[in-house]
Design a protein around this ligand. Structure first.
Ligand code: SAH
Length: 221
């Protein structure tokens, strides 16, 4: 079996750079973060697969390209405090932490929040993982220099834009029709908000409230 570094270099060249994400800070962080640690053991051979993978509880770790694109779209200054909604496996949070960002990440399913918290700590990533409803943001650490939503939202929650600092960016997959989203990039300026649109995409849905620990509520584990 090839080392993760070798697999990562190929993943980055063929899936990410080839599709136009060129930010070297993002690419080198993705080369360093061992994605194999963020997928279920039986899926390790597929850790560099060009799509999302199941992580249990009906949830997924996002496609590598999507992680790279959203991270690039945040255009993060050094050492920015980033709020992530939808911790999932913790992979996206690890990529941000690897880039030197201060990361706060919220997950509504307690078992996923706990395992992501343990995994990130074991790998040495200082991420604050909160079990909570990301629709409310996380006021104790606001304002944020960036907000990243990694689940499909039907609207931009007021809490997110309220908790953004001036000059910060929000990146969110916003539903444009059933089963299809498009990445919205919203910049908070002194004069108000400026919006731009990026790629179309598909994410698992952003759900309100906390996730029940009953598997039938959230899909197979
Ligand atoms: N960023 C993740 C992938 C996210 S999948 C990774 O790198 O692995 C989307 C995640 O958002 C799921 O784990 C889902 O449970 C979570 N989620 C959905 N609605 C949420 C909400 N309201 N608050 C917090 N997390 C939510």
């Amino acid at each position: 079996m090839k080392s993760w570094r070798e697999r990562a270099r190929h993943m980055i060249d063929s899936q990410i750079r080839a599709r136009g994400v060129l930010d070297s800070r993002v690419l080198s962080a993705m080369e360093r973060v061992p994605r194999t640690e963020f997928v279920p053991e039986e899926l390790e051979p597929l850790a560099d697969f060009d799509g999302p993978l199941s992580i249990g509880r009906g949830q997924t770790i996002s496609q590598p390209f999507m992680v790279a694109l959203m991270t690039e779209l945040l255009a993060l200054p050094e050492r920015t405090r980033v709020l992530e909604i939808g911790t999932g496996s913790g992979y996206q949070a690890a990529v941000l932490a690897e880039m030197g960002m201060e990361v706060v990440s919220i997950e509504r399913i307690e078992s996923l929040a706990n395992s992501a918290r343990d995994r990130l700590a074991r790998l040495g990533y200082p991420v604050l993982v909160i079990h909570g409803d990301g629709c409310l943001g996380y006021p104790p650490k606001a304002p944020y220099g960036a907000v990243l939503v990694t689940a499909a939202a039907s609207r931009v929650e007021k809490a997110w834009t309220e908790q953004m600092g001036t000059g910060s960016r929000l990146v969110v997959p916003l539903a444009v029709e059933p089963g299809l989203e498009r990445l919205l990039v919203r910049v908070k300026t002194v004069a108000g908000f400026r919006d731009g649109w990026s790629e179309f995409c598909r994410f698992v849905p952003l759900l309100p409230g906390l996730g029940e620990e009953r598997p039938e509520e959230d899909g197979p584990s």
